[in-house]
Design a protein around this ligand. Structure first.
Ligand code: SAH
Length: 453
């Protein structure tokens, strides 16, 4: 709107929440998005950015509070870019996530007859992350700092703890920061593109409690590592693997391609519902293990296996879903693009004694065509792509393969909704269940069942 200007102050009522968790206030019909404002609240806000079709507002005052507003427990919440929903009651977070899925599939996608279930939530929606990727930097006194980035920036907030990380990761973060000072370790500077240590990645097994620490370095020489590891292992005996990953690029990508083991094993072991997994530093493994069990059980139910089915596990990572299903299937074929993850998947199949599995490294869109040419006729196909969703070629081949059921897991329901329209040429979208894998954040995970028409 032409007449609106930056810094103008308005009062208004919040009518909705966006998928980013921002409150929506209308000035006439022009929308203003106000972070941290909740639906129903009467607020005062200042325009901080005015665009042609919308503006961004800063919340100044709340006159009537939503009954769903809670005090955020984290002291960094106002600055940190990690969480967006700590000020919203957890039950309301679950409802908000379901509403997003309803908006996408019922309103936008016109899948009006597909039931969308309640979001499956956590009993205790804190300390759930089994992997932290912590950037390392320096403050003005050149002392090492560790923590997460400020909203929309690469400034590191020096933190004592993060409430969605596992407590063992918080303990190690504090310890490693002290060791960096003690051993005078060189820290990478993003702007000058100099210095050694870039990130520390900490993974902890949900059932096993085994810990892996990865030091991501710009360069190979890390002479203090040995002494530091000795101190770390003495304090935290659960550490079973310490890896150095070398990333000499100057991009935003966290890990480089080369890793070497500095201490212990090359991977850690974990267990989900008595299926064992080995996880190496570069492999994808679900962040929230207790919710993953619920997600996989839901997927397993949708798959409706009887022991006779040929199953494809596409975008399989370290083979978790396929191995979860192997006992109830005739044969499982998995495909994944990261070589280390496929190596893990093969090891994991052996570890669990599933010889009815085949794992192939490659792009899902091309391997699925190879399988078709080989005459493999799947009964059930599991699909679990990254945020950008599936390649259209992949979906077309899937339609030609014509399995009885497709179970599509997604961490981005908006690309899932796009892909659902292609699958709808041959399939009915029977049901969707949102699963809250990332409490306190706006991220949504869904599992959808498609049945052949
Ligand atoms: N199903 C697994 C992993 C899901 S994450 C689990 O539940 O743990 C998505 C995976 O897709 C990642 O491991 C990523 O490496 C892989 N991937 C991304 N693009 C791909 C492609 N074009 N073909 C095959 N795999 C791909």
């Amino acid at each position: 709107m032409e007449t609106l200007k930056k810094n103008q102050v308005f009062k208004g009522q919040v009518v909705d929440l966006t998928h980013e968790g921002h409150g929506v206030v209308k000035i006439d019909r022009y929308p203003v998005f106000v972070p941290k404002a909740l639906t129903g609240e009467e607020i005062e806000f200042k325009l901080i950015k005015v665009n042609k079709n919308f503006a961004i507002g800063k919340l100044l005052e709340i006159f009537t509070e939503s009954k769903d507003r809670v005090e955020p427990p984290c002291v960094y919440y106002d600055k940190c870019g990690g969480c967006q929903l700590q000020h919203l009651d957890y039950q309301a977070q679950l409802e908000m996530k379901r509403n997003q899925v309803v908006n996408l599939f019922h309103r936008k996608g016109k899948f009006t007859s597909t039931p969308i279930n309640e979001t499956i939530g956590m009993m205790n929606p804190w300390n759930y992350r089994n992997k932290s990727q912590i950037p390392v930097g320096q403050n003005n006194d050149d002392a090492p700092i560790m923590g997460f980035y400020r909203q929309r920036s690469h400034d590191i907030i020096d933190m004592e703890e993060c409430l969605i990380q596992d407590s063992i990761q918080n303990q190690l973060m504090r310890m490693i920061r002290a060791l960096l000072t003690e051993h005078n370790v060189s820290i990478y500077d993003e702007k000058r593109k100099e210095g050694l240590l870039r990130h520390v990645i900490i993974r902890v097994g949900y059932t096993s409690r085994e810990v892996m620490v990865v030091f991501v370095t710009n360069g190979k020489k890390f002479k203090q590592a040995k002494a530091m590891i000795k101190q770390m292992v003495e304090a935290v005996p659960n550490i079973k693997s310490v890896i150095q990953n070398i990333n000499e690029t100057h991009s935003n990508v966290i890990m480089g391609k080369k890793s070497k083991t500095l201490y212990g094993k090359d991977e850690i072991t974990d267990e989900l519902d008595s299926v064992e997994f080995e996880i190496s530093d570069q492999s994808f493994y679900q962040i929230n293990a207790s919710q993953t069990v619920k997600l996989y059980n839901n997927a397993l139910e949708y798959a409706g296996l009887t022991g006779e089915e040929t199953v494809l596990d596409t975008y399989c990572g370290i083979g978790t879903i396929g191995l979860y299903m192997a006992e109830q299937a005739k044969h499982v074929y998995g495909v994944e693009v990261v070589p280390a993850a496929i190596e893990d998947a093969k090891k994991n199949a052996k570890l669990n004694g599933y010889d009815n599995t085949t794992f192939v490294c490659g792009k899902a869109e091309s391997v699925i065509m190879d399988w078709k040419q080989q005459g493999i006729q799947p009964d059930v196909v599991m699909v679990d792509p990254p945020r950008k969703g599936c390649d259209e070629q992949f979906l077309r081949t899937l339609l030609e393969l014509n399995p009885k059921r497709i179970v599509y897991i997604s961490c981005n329901p908006s690309t899932q909704q796009r892909d659902a329209h292609i699958l709808a040429e041959g399939y009915e979208l029977k049901e969707i269940t949102p699963v809250d894998m990332f409490p306190q954040t706006t991220h949504i995970e869904t599992v959808a069942l498609f049945e052949r028409k």
